[in-house]
Design a protein around this ligand. Structure first.
Ligand SMILES: Cc1cc2nc3c(=O)[nH]c(=O)nc-3n(C[C@H](O)[C@H](O)[C@H](O)COP(=O)(O)O)c2cc1C
Length: 170
């Protein structure tokens, strides 16, 4: 089975925990998990299938390690690469910037020739705006939105449903 690279970052540990659950639910051992804080552009070249995880911080800013890596990330050629993104956020406290990080990364990937899979319905979330809303279909986010701050009871189910979806789409 083709190897998949999972790159993620976390400031206060929630995305760490969610990523561990993600890997458990994924089940197969074809995922290599790396912290984006220790990753390089070269690491991305090893994979045609990628999963990226990040929370959004400070009114629509990428998690700190993603923010530090962003200029290098923007140089990656995503031609022939398929990418799924999961983002954490708080739709009540930061409803105007909910999971913006998903959209910030997705736009670079698309601009640089890649394909973003795992688009996720935004119905039912209580955000007022988000960079993660797809330009071509405003009923979808570019990736999976997880609000572990307000809806932790939904996180496992969201992960499991999304995993089924992206396994088909990869
Ligand atoms: C100061 C602060 C700013 C935040 N800004 C945003 C934001 O702009 N958009 C959003 O969706 N969530 C925002 N959040 C919520 C975090 O993304 C959420 O708590 C996340 O689970 C943190 O993940 P981590 O522990 O992996 O860093 C913010 C939280 C804090 C405490």
């Amino acid at each position: 089975m083709e190897e998949i690279g999972l790159f993620y970052g976390s400031d206060t540990g929630v995305t760490d925990d969610v990523t561990k659950d993600f890997v458990n639910f994924w089940g197969d051992d074809n995922i290599n998990v790396m912290l984006i804080g220790s990753a390089s552009v070269e690491d991305f070249k090893n994979y045609d299938k990628l999963i990226l995880g990040l929370p959004t911080w400070y009114d629509g800013i990428l998690q700190s390690d993603w923010e530090d890596f962003f200029d290098e990330f923007s140089t990656i050629d995503f031609t022939n690469k398929t990418v799924a993104i999961y983002g954490l956020g708080d739709q009540i406290g930061y409803g105007e910037y909910f999971v913006d990080g998903i959209g910030i990364l997705a736009k670079v990937i698309i601009e640089n020739g890649g394909k973003v899979i795992g688009n996720w319905p935004n119905k039912g979330y209580r955000h007022t705006d988000s960079v993660a809303i797809m330009e071509e279909n405003t009923e979808l986010f570019y990736g999976l939105a997880i609000d572990h701050d307000n809806e932790s009871q939904l996180t496992d189910e969201r992960l499991k449903t999304w995993i089924e979806q992206i396994k088909k789409e990869f």
